[in-house]
Design a protein around this ligand. Structure first.
Ligand SMILES: *[C@@H]1O[C@H](CO)[C@@H](O)[C@H](O)[C@H]1NC(C)=O
Length: 190
């Protein structure tokens, strides 16, 4: 249980990412899109149009993130504040990814610790993810250490259990033999 509960924590620290804020949108055509949704949006580049996630309408590449809301569920505008229901994904490398309401994109307030929600150049956001992620990283490190120790203890216990089982089996065999001898003796005495 110990092994499965905590050792599969993925410890991904991406510090190599560029922190440039002004050219963020140019560098990232799928701005605001979460990794799980990338496949869905890539359909825009391989076909003329795709359906909104709720299936209600269709939109094409030029309607994607064009600051005009076409889908009721906001799926055509993850990276702008045009749709009230849209969600913007912040990568927040060094800390935890986050989904914020797209209405907060370029609103002058830094919501994402990586500053990616303010990319129009009007507001400069410092990247505070590394600092903010510090406590969490320490926790994760401790967890990983505990897991390693737990795994090692477990392994040792299993080895000990194996030895104990072998011992028990030998003992049982001996007892069964003794029983046979005793039974024979009882018969003889009768
Ligand atoms: C996308 O759809 C709009 C509205 O239907 C249309 O005006 C525009 O030309 C289309 N763009 C492309 C690249 O197909």
């Amino acid at each position: 249980v110990l092994l499965f509960s905590c050792c599969f924590v993925l410890f991904t620290l991406d510090i190599t990412r560029s922190l440039a804020v002004t050219s963020y949108a140019d560098k990232q055509p799928l701005i605001g899109v979460s990794p799980e949704d990338e496949k869905y949006y890539k359909g825009l580049f391989s076909s003329n149009s795709i359906r909104c996630k709720d299936g209600s309408k269709k939109f094409n590449k030029s309607q994607f993130n064009d600051d005009f809301c076409d889908c009721p569920d906001g799926s055509d505008e993850p990276g702008t504040s045009a749709c009230p229901n849209a969600k913007f994904y912040c990568r927040n490398a060094g800390h935890s990814p986050r989904l914020i309401y797209s209405s907060r994109v370029n609103d002058g307030i830094c919501d994402c610790c990586d500053g990616s929600d303010e990319y129009d150049g009007k507001t400069k956001c410092l990247n505070t993810c590394w600092e903010a992620g510090k406590v969490e990283r320490e926790k994760l490190k401790k967890k990983i250490t505990t897991c390693r120790e737990g795994a090692s203890i477990r392994k040792h216990e299993i080895e000990q259990a194996k030895v104990a089982i072998e011992k028990d089996e030998a003992e049982l065999t001996k007892l069964e033999n003794d029983e046979k001898i005793l039974k024979a003796l009882v018969e003889t005495l009768r």
